[in-house]
Design a protein around this ligand. Structure first.
Ligand SMILES: Cc1cc2nc3c(=O)[nH]c(=O)nc-3n(C[C@H](O)[C@H](O)[C@H](O)COP(=O)(O)OP(=O)(O)OC[C@H]3O[C@@H](n4cnc5c(N)ncnc54)[C@H](O)[C@@H]3O)c2cc1C
Length: 459
């Protein structure tokens, strides 16, 4: 059902200059998501600069019978759906970062993106549990769990949150931490964005300054032998210090891509290792023996990890989706290569399989709603959609890859890599999901706060 609402300028001055309405010259810029293929058309867009502005925005929305959707960047805006009855709260002006080197923690405001934290922490010899993309929002990423290339060693980013500052659906400002609002604190750590507007997060940092990391590149035609060798590596005794992934890439012919790989297709293995390089070299030996055309694995400072995966560092139009996999036997690799490799029906920009396990697979009693990742591997497939008529073939190919791997799918999905709507119950254990529904019923029974992967309140 779509609701048409007419909005007027604010009577009070607290949000002056921070509200953009349909019809304003700035509306198209204001509503644009990082994923340019998402055409969101909210009832209003608000750009808060403080928690007080967020409270004012919540009251602005409530006063007009509207809902509110917080958005850091719009990396995962696709599943939000029509926003005609919703105020979109763009947090991009809330960019404060404070590092406490003695406590080894960071406090970041809601609109901070990962690269800024990574650099700020590195100045103190510390590392954050950032993901592959430099411009993903810290808040959205962490609320959904947060899978870092340091995750096999340290776990999910959500498991290291020490406090969250939140504006509730009623406009109350709360601090949730182990001693305050324990249910909310638990829900925010992996339960997604359904429980309030987070205005700041505090989380742990780690004493890591460099890693032995890089990419082994092979012609795409060697996909089968390379990925079989990579899967064999992951089936053995792999220390938590080593994270690898196998991946097909079909690089677009655009100037942002280095000339020697622009417009070409490869099968690659990425490696991220903390500790003695000799340990990684030994484990990577069989892959190097296959003779990669390029081997960039070297000791690099931690901030370099934010660029190794080659995620786009500016808004792009795309479509993708992910799934968790229980096991990756040879037959699964064959199915993957058949669906995503050199003979794929439609070449996607990236189709990757990340090795999970290690600390990511160890639920701890002090963890939050997503206490571990249920699956030994994560698959993510995505294609570029520069013109609308590519949406159908890209989506069809993403579904074809998921279908090919369905026999090995885990029961759960991972919220952050779900770029289409899925039943909410599939993101958590049954017990966690029921508790999240209870908490939603307590903090936001009317569904004022709208997340991209919403949790219905318990009835
Ligand atoms: C290129 C790319 C690479 C990625 N790499 C990784 C990776 O390595 N590891 C990983 O775990 N994920 C990864 N992701 C997924 C990413 O973590 C999710 O898309 C995440 O939701 C992005 O957060 P965001 O704030 O940037 O996006 P947004 O679309 O702005 O936010 C997503 C959702 O988060 C919630 N949210 C955001 N801000 C707030 C707030 N202030 N208060 C309450 N709720 C809020 C809302 O529900 C919102 O709909 C990647 C995504 C892309 C596109």
């Amino acid at each position: 059902m779509s609701i048409s609402v007419t909005l007027t300028r604010l009577p009070d001055r607290s949000l002056d200059g921070k509200v953009v309405l349909p019809g304003d010259a700035r509306y198209d810029d204001a509503r644009r998501a990082w994923n340019l293929a998402v055409d969101q058309r909210p009832a209003a867009v608000v750009f808060p600069e403080s928690a007080a502005d967020v409270t004012a925005a919540v009251s602005y929305a409530a006063g007009r019978g509207l809902r509110i959707a917080a958005q850091g960047t719009g990396h995962n805006a696709g599943p939000l759906g029509p926003l005609t009855d919703t105020v979109l709260l763009r947090t991009e002006r809330m960019r404060g970062i404070r590092i406490d080197p003695a406590a080894r923690t960071a406090r970041v405001e809601a609109g901070v993106v990962w690269l800024d934290v990574v650099h700020a922490a590195a100045r103190h010899g510390l590392a954050a549990l950032a993901g592959s993309s430099p411009d993903v929002g810290v808040t959205g990423y962490t609320l959904g769990g947060g899978l870092s290339f340091l995750g096999r060693k340290y776990g999910l980013a959500a498991s290291h949150v020490v406090a969250a500052e939140v504006v509730t659906a009623e406009g109350r400002v709360l601090r949730a931490d182990p001693g305050h609002e324990p249910d909310l604190f638990w829900a925010l750590r992996g339960g997604g964005g359904s429980f309030g507007v987070v205005t700041a997060l505090e989380f742990r940092l780690f004493p890591v300054t460099e890693a032995y990391a890089g990419v082994l590149w092979y012609p795409i035609q060697r996909g089968s032998e390379v990925l079989h060798a990579w899967a064999e590596l992951t089936r053995g005794q792999v220390p938590d210090e080593l994270t690898t992934l196998g991946r097909f890439v079909n690089l677009p012919p655009i100037p942002q891509i280095p000339e020697q790989i622009r417009g070409k297709s490869f099968v690659i293995v990425e490696a991220y290792h903390l500790g003695d390089p000799a340990q990684a070299d030994q484990l990577l030996g069989p892959l190097r023996a296959l003779g990669p055309v390029n081997d960039t694995i070297a000791t690099v400072p931690v901030p370099a990890l934010s660029h190794l995966h080659m995620d786009p560092e500016q808004p792009v139009p795309g479509a993708g989706d992910g799934m968790l996999i229980d096991e990756l036997p040879s037959s699964a690799i064959d199915a993957f290569v058949q669906a995503a490799g050199p003979t794929a029906a439609f070449p996607l920009t990236t189709v990757e399989v990340r090795h999970l396990g290690g600390e990511l697979a160890r639920p701890r009693p002090n963890h939050g709603a997503l206490s571990s990742l249920d699956g030994r591997y994560l698959v993510f497939a995505a294609g570029s959609v520069p013109v609308p008529n590519l949406m159908t073939p890209v989506r069809a190919q993403v579904e074809a890859i998921k279908g090919a791997l369905a026999p090995w799918a885990a029961r759960q999905r991972y919220l952050n890599f779900a770029e289409t709507r899925h039943p909410a119950a599939t993101f958590w254990t049954e017990q966690a999901y029921q508790r999240l529904r209870q908490i939603k019923a307590t903090v936001d029974p009317g569904g004022m706060i709208r997340a991209n992967h919403p949790i219905p309140p318990a009835r």
